[in-house]
Design a protein around this ligand. Structure first.
Ligand code: PLP
Length: 241
């Protein structure tokens, strides 16, 4: 009979960090160039606070209402003062006011309409860092700008006040786990490189890689990996907090 206990949150987080360290080393990159974003959607604020106390700084949330409620609750907790929040989910234009200025980075900007709404909602002199989400698998129904429309969107977004475009994000087709996801990561990096040449400036960030494939993503140049399940365990079906 097996008496193996389920790993604790701390143990899962440590294991992910070790996997990330190994991937960074294997690809000859610097650890400080890859940010681990712990994707906490549907998980309770207690879990976020526990990881924050251990030193995890970056947390990703998908749903505006849930994210803002968690931010408000955790504001009172000194251990959470250093948290950097990332918005990684599909964002409706009418939710732009909840997002603009409330996240260290918004990964999921995928239309000019949304970018304009965010820009309009930014306070005078404020700057919101953003990524453009690319529908890398060119899947119908999937969020993200089509690769063919990326350059035009980037050029328009460049001119909007209050927004700073820092790179690209993708969510590869569902089947893409582990090695199967690697070609999509390569593709996103190539799109980024081409866009840098076109805009004549650097776009330092690539947000790609999740629980099943963050190692491959790091090898292909990810600067932000978004890991949920491997850190927090299976997700509840709806928000807990
Ligand atoms: C939920 C989510 C993740 C985390 O996925 P896991 O497979 O649980 O690691 C990453 N990125 C986005 C955009 C997500 O919605």
């Amino acid at each position: 009979m097996s008496h193996v206990l389920a790993p604790t949150l701390r143990e899962r987080w440590m294991a992910v960090r070790e996997g990330l360290d190994n991937a960074v080393q294997a690809s000859g990159r610097r650890r400080e160039d890859v940010c681990l974003v712990a994707v906490s959607k549907y998980h309770p604020t207690a879990a976020i606070a526990e990881l924050a106390a251990l030193g995890q700084k970056d947390f990703g949330e998908n749903y505006m209402q849930e994210a803002r409620a968690k931010q408000t609750e955790l504001e009172k907790n000194p251990a959470c003062a250093a948290i950097r929040w990332h918005a990684i989910g599909a964002l409706q234009t009418n939710k732009a006011k909840d997002a603009a200025g409330h996240f260290a980075l918004i990964h999921s900007v995928d239309s000019l309409k949304l970018a304009e709404a965010l820009s309009r909602r930014m306070p005078e002199g404020g700057m919101q860092d953003i990524l453009l989400q690319v529908n890398i698998g060119e899947e119908p129904q999937k969020a993200g700008v089509h690769p063919d429309a990326l350059a035009e969107l980037a050029e328009s977004v460049e001119n909007l006040p209050g927004l700073r475009l820092l790179g690209l994000m993708c969510l590869p087709p569902r089947c893409g786990e582990g090695e199967a996801a690697r070609p999509w990561f390569v593709r996103l990096r190539e799109l980024r490189d081409a866009l840098e040449r076109r805009l004549g400036r650097s776009l330092p960030h690539l947000s790609m890689g999740m629980s099943g494939d963050f190692r491959q993503a790091v090898e292909e140049g990810a600067t932000l990996v978004r890991v949920g399940t491997d850190i927090f365990g299976p997700r509840p079906n709806r928000p807990v907090s």
